[in-house]
Design a protein around this ligand. Sequence first.
Ligand SMILES: [Zn+2]
Length: 346
Amino acid sequence: MTQVNPFTEDAVRRYPKVELHCHLDGSISLPALRKMAAVTGAELPASDAALRKLVSAPIDTVSLIDYLKRFQIVTDLMQTPEQLRIAGYNMVQTAAADGLIYLETRFAPAIFTEKGLSIREAIAATLDGLHAGSQEFGIPVNAIICAMRDRPLDECITVFQTAAEFKDQGVVGLDFAGDEYHHPTLDLADAVRAGQATGLPFTIHAGEAGPVDNVVVALTLGAKRIGHGVHMSGFPAAIAQTKEAGATIEICPTSNIQTKAVQSWDDFPLAEFLSAGLKVTVNTDDRTVSNVTLTDEFITLRKHFGLDWSLLERLTLNAIDAAFIDDDQKETLRAKVLAARNTSRV
Ligand SMILES: [Zn+2]
């Protein structure tokens, strides 16, 4: 008889997990932020409690725009190559401690150029940190390069074209992030097309702070993955189109509750998306701003939706299927997940 291992926090942490939607600037640990501040002599609150309050969103955050304000203090510390290297290295350290076997982290190099770095230098320094972390902590990590919805389109195109120069150095995809409410996906079409021309695949934030239309436009523009997508809830035609397109949804539960993309756990469309046959993955979005780990997210989904080992495995295999890596790498990751069956069902 099969006996199922208890679904404890520790067991979930040890389970081989994969994350596809994790913003680097929203996920830097407090000790790393202090190291980054020391590079330029920037002052931070002395106590961790006060620092956490500055960089983490409370549950009563009113909107995505309110949530995004937490990033300013962090991005002020991401303006030199040394700071970006610390951030990249720390991202991998955090992922390894959370039991990830593969991570795609994303960042917007244009916001690291306020003190004179070029977009190219910002990408290169961040990749350096990621590679150093990967070597140290033994997990593969790739980068998705974001353009920001509120920045000029010509800059966004430059970001995508510059990102493509790093294709063989760990840049595996492109994204649009930022204020979706005021910048619908349709307005970004020319930049997305320019990005597509580089050959890098797209994931696009859509249906988070904006309406379902943004998801439909993102699919029409060829996005392989949708960041959040929760506003497809209640729109079966859009859900069917996503399924038809073979696109994967990157849901970020805690972040969605904080930004009010979803009003309450009762409204969170996990069961709706799964029963419609959508390929769903679970992600943190921002580990520090949302104050969560991927382990925490799965424990939360167990609490609200009864997630079990078999659903955790399915969500993890979905993430592997949708990762922007080649088939051999996917096979290696799948083997690790399938091997964990023996430890999650002893
Ligand atoms: Zn995001």
